[in-house]
Structure formats: C-alpha cells, structure tokens
Design a protein around this ligand. Sequence first.
Ligand code: FAD
Length: 446
Amino acid sequence: PTAVMWFRRDLRLADNPALLEAVADGPVLPLFVLDPALWRPAGPSRRAYLGASLRALDSALRQRRTRLSVVRGDPVRRVVLAAREVGATRVHVAADFGPYGARRDAAVEEALAEHGIELVRTGSPYAVAPGRVTSGSGEPYKVYTPFSRAWAEHGWRAPVEAPSGGSWLELEKDTTEIPDPALPPGLELPEAGEAAARRTWQDFLDRVGDYEGERDRPDLDTTSRMSTHLRWGEIHPRTMLADLARLRSDGAATYRKEIAWREFFADVLAARPETAREYLRPEYARMRYDEPDAQLTAWQRGRTGFPIVDAGMRQLRATGWMHNRVRMIVASFLVKDLHLEWQHGARHFMHWLVDGDLASNQQNWQWAAGSGVDAAPYFRVFNPTTQGRKFDARGDYVRRWVPELAEVADPHDPSAEDREASGYPEAIVDHAAERREALDRWEEIR
Ligand code: FAD
C-alpha cells in the first residue's frame, strides 16, 4: 500500500515517528496543504518564515530524490484528493491538540473514511502529549509545579532517526509553488529549517551554563531562540530533552523547566480550548476595560513613550520575535496601564510572531492579565521604567531598538528636552495613576 505523510507543524525528517510509520507502510507522498484559514491571518513575518521552512524541508526531500508536494485549499478536500491520486490507504500525521487543528483533523478523518482511507496519528509536537499527565483524581493540572513534576515522572520516548530508506511519491495534479512572499523592508528573520534548528541548538548547548543567570537580560543574546524552530517542528523537544539529560548544569535544569512550561500551556489549552479566546477565570470578564483606540495603535507601533515597551514592540515588528522579559512587560502595560483586554495584544502578537503559538501565546497573555492558570497576581503591576533599569541596566536594548534614544543619558527615563530633541513621544499615560486605576477596577471584581 502507499501512504501520505501530511506535514503540518512538524517540518523535519529526524525524530518524526509519524514519518517512520508512513515509510513502513510503503511508498510515501510528502504533502503540505496551504490552508487559507491559517494563511490569511498570518502577518508577513509568519508567512515568510513558513515559506522558508517549507523550502528547507523540500530541499531535504530532494536529497532523497523526491520533493514536497504542496497544494492550496481546504484540507478536508485537499487531503482526500491527494490520498486518492496516489492510491493511499493511510494518511499519517502527528496529532494536533490545538482547537482548530483538532477540529480540522476530525473533519479530514471523516472525509477520508468515506473513501476507506485511515488517518493515523503518531506522536505530537510535545514530549508528552496534552491530556496524558493528570492529577491523582484524573483531572488536568491547573498549577505548573505539580504538572511539571508529574510530566517529568511520566517520561517520554527516546528520539528516533530520520528514515534511512523509503520510496517516495509526488503529486501530478493541482500542486502549487511554495510561497516566497517578499519581506517588507526592515524585517529580518532567522534562518528556517531543520538544519538551522540543529545548528542553533548546538550553539546554545555550548552556552546553556549561562542561561540560568542571564536569561532575563534582553540586552544580551543569551536565550536559545529555539521557540520558532519548536513552533514549526523543525526540531522535536524530545531531541532537546535528550541532549539536556546528558548535562548537569543548573542552566540545563532551568531550560528543561521552560520546555515544561510550553508543554503545560499546551495541556491547559487542550483541556480548555475555549480559553484561546475567553477568560480562563471568568470573573476577569466582568472587569471594566477600555475600548481600543489610539493608545492601542501607539502600543502596536512602539510609540507609547515608555522606552522598554517601545523597544520590545519594535523588536517584534523588525524580527518576528521579542525577548520573554519584554513580552511580560509589554503585556502588563497593555492590560494594566491601558486597561485593554488581553485578546487585543494576543492578536497582534500572533500576527507578527514567527514563534506565535496559540497555546503559549494565549496562556501567557492570560497569565499577564491575571486571568490564566497559575497567573501572576493581579496586584503586581510592572513599572516599565524600573523593569527597564533592572533588566536592561546599561540601556543597550533600548538604544538598539529605539535609535532616537541612542545618545540620551538615561534611555529608560528620557527628559522632556530629550524627547523633544529626538522626536521620541511623550508618555501616553501616567503609570502611577493607571496603576491605581487598574487596582481599583480589580477591587470591583474581587
Ligand atoms: P528560551 O528562554 O531559550 O526558552 C526555551 C524554550 O522554552 C522556548 O523556546 C519555549 O519553547 C519555552 N518557553 C520559555 N518560556 C516559556 C513560556 N513562558 N511559556 C511557554 N513556553 C516557554 N512562546 C512561544 O513559543 N510562542 C508564543 O506565541 C509566545 N507568546 C508569548 C506571549 C507572552 C505575553 C509572553 C509573556 C510569553 C510568550 N511566549 C511565547 C513565551 C516566551 O516568551 C518565548 O517562548 C521565548 O521568549 C522564546 O525565546 P527563546 O526560545 O529564546 O526562549
């Protein structure tokens, strides 16, 4: 029999158990479906990165004398057509636990079944698939620490190699080119693909010892930058966890905990899919929020007049990525200084982030808004100026992303004259007043 390997967010050949299953069936069609439902809302950085990642997968397949067959349209129709064209009896995927992906897969499964074709799910984008780790009473965890303990105890399989042989098929009908959208000026993205993911990871492993002490410093390039590679499945977390297990440093232990956060948030979203849009703690829906206006636009464009906030928002637009500490600061600012609902910020992030992942993004936003699982206590309101001074002490991060402030003596608190001379905006709000306002509104729902 022949089989289809339907790639989605697992754009790699190594440590891909679904691909091994497909190869074990017989000749395999490597397929990618450009789904308008996912493509349309993606911003230029996400689109460009996906295109580059697909080209990297295609060249890896070309080394095996085949190619990636790409089709455009609704997967329910497209996957059935592709499977029938090559006479496949099984379509292999890594299971998707996101709200859209799970629904899509159920619909594809049903449509395939009408033609006697089976959808086979093997593995997932996680070391432990969402839903597998439950508390003593069989419930999903609501707090990170016990989850991470149970997750580690649950364990995961060892990484597997890329298939060594295999025979391959290609589609003849209705295929489309891999998209190659032009990057808007000023946008620079990291290299995409499995080989780049491996290099980035190996390079980080040499520095993982410094991770513990320096990961909160946006001015230093000390985090792994693996989120984008993980998002598109150019590497599997199992591969990374196996490498970390060979190291004994505090940095490696801390890094493992960050991977566990990713898995925790995926578990939460799978258990509560409605929290991609709705408040996980319903009382927060009753809070008074403001309607989005020019302040939201100022936040999006990096023109709030708060240097660390603006640096982060500009880094996002220029690179499709933002440092975690700064993501926390800009999220707090949107919710607690501008009194906007977290969904406005989450949508902007998903549009621009190349690592934009519904589980990590929405749950982190809920965390910042006080409404999520294991959330930051609402009354702890970040002061953007002191956060900037603490984590970007020399101001290098602000100077880099807000060049107007490059020559200013204290880039975290530019004077009125500095602002006037450099064209840097006045602060759009008074932080102390908005902090009091946020706490008042919070008191109303307690
Ligand atoms: P490292 O510090 O090297 O961390 C290693 C890996 O651990 C990351 O690649 C990531 O997979 C995981 N990780 C670390 N912190 C978190 C966290 N808080 N939650 C979940 N996983 C984590 N991460 C995304 O991958 N996609 C998102 O869309 C996303 N949106 C976010 C939105 C907000 C408001 C906040 C506060 C955080 C968000 N994060 C998101 C988490 C975190 O900021 C990024 O994973 C991290 O900055 C990626 O850079 P890195 O790979 O160099 O991180």
